[in-house]
Design a protein around this ligand. Structure first.
Ligand SMILES: NC(=O)c1ccc[n+]([C@@H]2O[C@H](COP(=O)([O-])OP(=O)(O)OC[C@H]3O[C@@H](n4cnc5c(N)ncnc54)[C@H](O)[C@@H]3O)[C@@H](O)[C@H]2O)c1
Length: 276
């Protein structure tokens, strides 16, 4: 009978975004599961890793240098870094999408057969299929400076840069999956509802307590970083070896409830306001 169904013992994995929040929780759990864990972030990780490399996802040179420094073959990438929309919009779309994609593509030649990639998107990107022409126009840029300029020129039409960045992650995940499976590499992402991490305070500044409170209503509380790390670990594990191209809501049923009309966001916001 199989005992180690996740199969991380001895696997070589890379966690981008291991300084805090989900990334820190994910890196710690992977260490506990016996993986060889290499971390990257703009800030050092509190986790006792096999290595830590400073990488700034805003900068292509830093991305290339980070990949070269860690080097070697890897079994799994965990793409967790992200910026909220309280940062300049052009930085948000760069870190959350352009940087994550360039980091992943830089690693691709080094990913072992049977390997897997998972990224953290967001429920904010849930409407990606309805905005495809705009999202694909943004995704067509590979040059960071050109993409940033496109965003600045189109900021009004784009709206929230965080939403665009996560719509692009969802689209890229699903567009990449058929090709990558031919090389026996899987790619997925998760779409969390609000999480009790340092980023939540930033979202509160933008969305306000009532909207955030409504998003927490499905379960009556926000998720913890650990509750978001576990699905990432599952998706990149041997237990998920037939799962690819999935954008998985990790939201205690919120997205499904909204999609089927069982939950009503306006009603939930009104209730959250009444409770505040
Ligand atoms: N907190 C939430 O409510 C929430 C909800 C949905 C999705 N998410 C997503 O979850 C992911 C993790 O966020 P979190 O909630 O753990 O917040 P967090 O702020 O704790 O983590 C973000 C991480 O990204 C790193 N980072 C920031 N700029 C970077 C750069 N230029 N280069 C490399 N790394 C950089 C930070 O140092 C930090 O470790 C993000 O992608 C975020 O968009 C968060």
């Amino acid at each position: 009978m199989a005992t180690d169904i996740l199969g991380y013992e001895g696997k070589r994995v890379v966690v981008m975004g291991c300084f805090s929040g989900i990334g820190e929780a994910c890196a710690q759990t992977l260490v506990d599961l016996g993986a060889e864990v290499h971390g990257a972030d703009i800030k050092p990780s509190p986790v006792n890793l096999d290595s830590f490399t400073e990488v700034d996802l805003k900068k292509p040179d830093s991305i290339a240098a980070g990949i070269a420094k860690i080097g070697g073959k890897v079994d799994a990438l965990f793409n967790i870094s992200g910026l909220p929309q309280t940062f300049p919009g052009e930085d948000v779309v760069t870190v959350n999408f352009l940087g994550i994609r360039a980091w992943t593509e830089g690693w691709l030649p080094n990913i072992n057969s049977g390997g897997a990639i998972v990224s953290v998107s967001s429920l904010a990107g849930m409407g990606y299929l309805g905005r495809q022409p705009l999202v694909r126009e943004f995704m067509d840029f590979t040059d960071f400076a050109e993409a940033r300029q496109w965003y600045l020129d189109r900021a009004e039409e784009v709206g929230d840069p965080y939403t665009l960045s996560k719509e692009a992650i969802n689209t890229w995940t699903q567009m990449s999956a058929p090709d990558l499976i031919g090389r026996d590499i899987r790619i997925n992402c998760t779409m969390p509802s609000p999480i009790d991490t340092p980023m939540l305070g930033e979202f509160r500044k933008v969305a306000g307590d009532a909207v955030l409170g409504a998003f927490a209503k499905a379960k009556g509380r926000y998720s913890s970083p650990e509750e978001q790390a576990m699905p990432l670990i599952l998706l990149n594990s041997d237990a998920a070896r037939f799962i690819s191209g999935v954008c998985l809501p990790v939201d205690a049923g919120l997205a499904g409830g909204l999609a089927t009309g069982v939950l009503d966001m306006q009603k939930m916001i009104a209730e959250a306001m009444a409770e505040a």
